[in-house]
Design a binder for this molecule. Structure first.
Ligand code: PMP
Length: 422
């Protein structure tokens, strides 16, 4: 078989930077991206035959682990019935009714193909429902790559808008107001500065795209209240946290209910799905009932619906207990190793975690962008390379979190210990 290095050379010719998503790039590292030929449970194996304990898990969707046998069986069955109909089918109803029976603050759901699409629709829906244009977004929250969400501002620029990607027109960025996570004063001031103009606040209730910037519950409660008081909507982007921290995501865990929620990742069990859910009064704004347009050739794809349902059926309360307990064990193992390795080479690191997510960071108490150490990437890269060499795969980026799955069981944890201290 062609080697990894040969594949990467070929890939660089055919695909920008050799990758189909920049988070897969090994930019700044002394090695090239691994080309994975197969995966099973907690393991991925590259084309050179080396295997890794995977803590990237496709950036979150694979909560059961790779190639879960029940999901596989349901997909094989689904394949035999054809894989896209472009009309109504029963499979999305099975998934919708299963979800809606368990998440009681929403009445309806619409399936799309990615988290980005879900957020794009949620924003249009919020604007259409409120007839207002501006959206408050927090610095450090990622909501996919729709133009209006690719905006950031340093703390000195709070309340103003500056695009963080080329190609985002000023006309679009001006309606996204960037504020600092956890700063209630800024939110109050922003509503004063833009009376009657703010359609919604969007937040990752567990910000997990610039490390893990865990927020106080009181901040989410404050956002709930200020949006209500100002006739604005609260959007929880639960693309990562939905079905991970609890079945109903952070909304269930905190008891704080948003007006609109977006899902992705686990909802498709590793197949491309995103979703928007809300009360019927809000969802009625979507076409064909209302005038907010949204569509998709492959939306509610039958394979993805079946893969999602089979995955979610396994996320019982017991499964959450198990995955969280295993994460605690994994964190203890990593923390011990970080202290001991090579006479303390990595001893300044600690792991921040929430449920089955963790982040390796070289500082304590990081909960907003300002507190992330400036040299985080330079410090992370040697750690990443050491772990890779030992057959342990993290996302190749200091800002990404690690994901634990139900397949990361005691046996895998034993193997992790063996590999770390080897
Ligand atoms: N919102 C959040 C909170 C996310 O974590 C992501 C993806 N990491 C997205 C939106 C975009 O999802 P997708 O990559 O499926 O477009």
């Amino acid at each position: 078989m062609t080697t990894q290095n040969e594949l990467f050379e070929k890939s660089k010719d055919l695909v920008p930077g050799g990758v189909h998503s920049p988070v897969r790039s090994f930019k700044g590292l002394h090695t090239t991206p691994r080309f994975i030929k197969k995966a099973h449970g907690a393991f991925i194996e590259d084309v050179d035959g080396k295997d890794y304990i995977d803590f990237c898990m496709s950036f979150g969707p694979l909560v059961l682990g790779h190639k879960d046998s029940d999901v596989e069986k349901s997909l094989v069955d689904a394949l035999s019935r054809g894989w896209s109909y472009g009309t109504c089918e029963p499979y999305s109803l099975d998934l919708a009714s299963f979800l809606l029976s368990k998440i009681d603050f929403v009445d309806q759901i619409r399936f799309v193909n990615s988290g980005t699409e879900a957020v794009m629709t949620a924003l249009r829906l919020a604007r259409g429902a409120t007839k207002k244009d501006k959206i408050i977004k927090f610095n450090g929250c990622y909501h996919g790559h729709t133009d209006s969400m690719l905006i950031k501002a340093g703390s000195g620029l709070a309340g103003t808008s500056e695009a963080s990607s080329a190609g985002v027109p000023e006309g679009i960025s001006k309606d996204t107001l960037i504020l600092e996570l956890g700063n209630t004063e800024e939110v109050i001031q922003c509503f004063k500065d833009h009376p009657g103009e703010i359609a919604a606040i969007i937040i990752e209730p567990l910000p997990a795209n610039n490390g893990l910037l865990i927020q106080e519950k009181s901040f989410l409660e404050f956002l709930r209240k200020i949006t209500k008081d100002n006739d604005a909507l609260l959007i929880f982007d639960e693309v990562i946290s939905g079905f991970r921290v609890a079945f109903g995501g952070m909304a269930e865990l905190t008891g704080i209910t948003p007006d609109i929620v977006t899902y992705g990742k686990i909802i498709g069990g590793g197949l491309p799905v995103g979703a928007i859910a809300a009360k019927k009064e809000i969802m009625d704004n979507l076409a064909p009932v209302g005038s907010v347009y949204q569509a998709g050739t492959l939306s509610a794809n039958p394979l993805a619906m079946v893969g999602g349902l089979e995955t979610l059926k396994k996320m019982t309360p017991k499964a959450y207990e198990e995955i969280n307990a295993n994460t605690t064990k994994i964190i203890n193992v990593f923390n011990k190793w970080l202290k001991e390795y090579n006479d303390g080479e990595f001893s300044h690191y600690s792991l921040t975690s929430h449920s089955s997510l963790f982040w390796i960071v070289a500082a304590e108490g990081v909960n907003c962008m300002d507190k992330i150490p400036a040299d985080i990437t330079e410090k992370f890269n040697p750690l990443f390379e050491t772990l890779l060499e030992k057959g342990i795969y993290l996302s190749p980026n200091a800002y990404e979190v690690g994901f634990v799955s139900l397949a990361h069981n005691d046996e895998v944890i034993g193997e992790l210990e063996k590999r770390l201290w080897n």
